[in-house]
Design a binder for this molecule. Structure first.
Ligand code: MN
Length: 339
């Protein structure tokens, strides 16, 4: 490369790399380019035939334990490891990362259609994963698989998705995970999704994931022979068409329902949405670090000086303090959450 104009993009690339390294250091992550590292996941990947015993796989979902999708996922992974199904006892779609702390959880054994025993939890997908990873079973798990969800989870959907949140809960508990969802269709056939699930599971077990990482998989609603292959993608942009529908109930009281047509999206090449539109299986790497990198660089230049004299001028500071009763109740609730 010649000197002059070419230096500038090169310099800014180097600066960007240095900034990334700094952020990685602060997060206690292995440095970019380094292999393994102290914070690497306990269960690192290795070839399937090198596992001393069959991998243990926890299968969950957000559509509920009776969904055909969860059975399809279990059957796809039976060939790879010892699968245990732990899932909500009812449909928990779009509950996000909800965690139940204010009431006990009940678990019921269920005989699944293939004759195996599953465990139904009266809580969220996150609760199901927590049970499995916090000691409900005698043994832990090497992989958590969530799905196969009825309906795609693309781009901004991840912020609502119970399917993806279950995988996030696994990652928070240092267990590798993936979520798998199938584009909605009237005639549901999970053949392609089952094939994709087995490929993804094998790859994660063989290669391992680092802390904070999961894979979000979406499958087009087509037969295997109509599929255009598998593509590694980034998250795309969803376009929601939500409408607030207001009606009156039989007792004359108004109620509101968020309705409207299903979300669309912007089909930019390289995105998950583009892959699905083009009948390809989409595999998106996701990281739980949601830090806004641009703002992390820019925010220090904003004016953050605290005007402490303004606090002194607040007229009725006593009114802002919790009463002794409120203080006591808050203390009890905090204690309850810690338990
Ligand atoms: Mn769902």
């Amino acid at each position: 490369m010649s000197a002059g104009d070419d230096d500038r993009p090169e310099m800014s690339r180097e600066r960007a790399r240095a900034e990334r390294r700094d952020v990685d250091k602060e997060r206690g992550e292995p440095l970019a380019g380094a292999r393994g590292g102290r914070r690497a996941l306990r269960r690192m990947g290795r070839p399937l035939d090198a596992w001393a015993s069959r991998p243990r796989i926890l299968v969950t979902n957000d559509d509920g334990i009776e969904s055909h999708g969860i059975l399809a996922l279990k059957r796809a992974l039976d060939a790879i490891g010892d699968v245990v199904v732990v899932a909500p006892d009812s449909n928990q779609s779009a509950v996000g990362h909800q965690k139940t702390l204010s009431r006990p959880l009940r678990v019921r054994e269920r005989t699944l259609p293939d004759g195996s025993t599953g465990y139904a939890v009266d809580g969220s997908p996150t609760d199901a994963v927590s049970l499995g990873l916090l000691g409900f079973f005698d043994e832990g798990f090497d992989l958590v698989a969530s799905g196969i969800n009825y309906g795609a989870n693309l781009g901004d959907d991840l912020t609502y998705s119970g399917t993806v949140s279950a995988a996030m809960e696994a990652v928070i508990n240092s267990t590798p995970a993936f979520a798998i969802s199938q584009e909605y269709s009237e005639q549901v056939d999970f053949t392609l999704a089952g094939i994709a699930a087995a490929i993804v599971a094998r790859n994660i077990l063989e290669h391992g994931l680092r802390h904070g990482e999961l894979l979000n998989v979406n499958v087009p609603a087509v037969r295997p022979e109509e599929c255009g292959g598998l593509e590694v993608t980034r998250l795309g942009k969803r376009v929601y068409q939500d409408e607030l529908i207001g009606r009156v109930d039989p007792r004359g009281m108004p109620y509101y329902w968020i309705g409207g047509p299903p979300p669309s999206g912007i089909a930019l090449p390289g995105t998950d949405f583009h892959a699905i539109v083009n009948r390809r299986v989409s595999v998106t790497p996701v990281h739980l670090d949601l830090t806004g990198r641009r703002l992390l660089r820019e925010l220090p230049s904003w004016d953050w000086s605290l005007d402490l004299t303004a606090a002194a001028e607040v007229a009725d500071r006593e009114a802002l303090r919790p009463t002794p009763v409120e203080q006591e109740r808050f203390g009890e609730e905090t204690q309850l959450e810690r338990r």
